[in-house]
Write a protein that binds this ligand. Sequence first.
Ligand SMILES: [Zn+2]
Length: 155
Amino acid sequence: MSEKDEKLKELAQLREKAMSEIARLREELQTEVEPALSADDDAAADMAADIYERGKIISLINNLETKLHSLDRAISMAEQGTYGICEKCGVQIPEERLKIMPETTHCVRCASEMERGIRRVSLLSLAREAREQRSYASEDEDNEDYQQDTDDLED
Ligand SMILES: [Zn+2]
């Protein structure tokens, strides 16, 4: 078996594994939550625990789907014979990195740059939200002032 075929086989196995893991988690998600039959505290606590558990499962599924997406890219790159080469800058990705993350299609530098980019975007949207909240807050203050003014008039 050629090196390329071996890599393709390895990636296909990883893909298979991720797919069956997603299927298993989805199944778990369907059976997990039992609606509280009684309204006592125990049932409510059970439901809260279920909801927490579901959140964890959903984020696991999201991670696996991201991994699956990367695996698909890695597989098509392996088919083209470009596996192990950074998609962004074209450097050879070190063997140790590929061993730890066979699905990666980016070198460490590009991967962390992209991560920073994503974080910057989410920080920007956080800042925007904070600004919006502040403007709501100042509207409230204006209303209070207005309220005080009318109170003064009544006096
Ligand atoms: Zn790179």
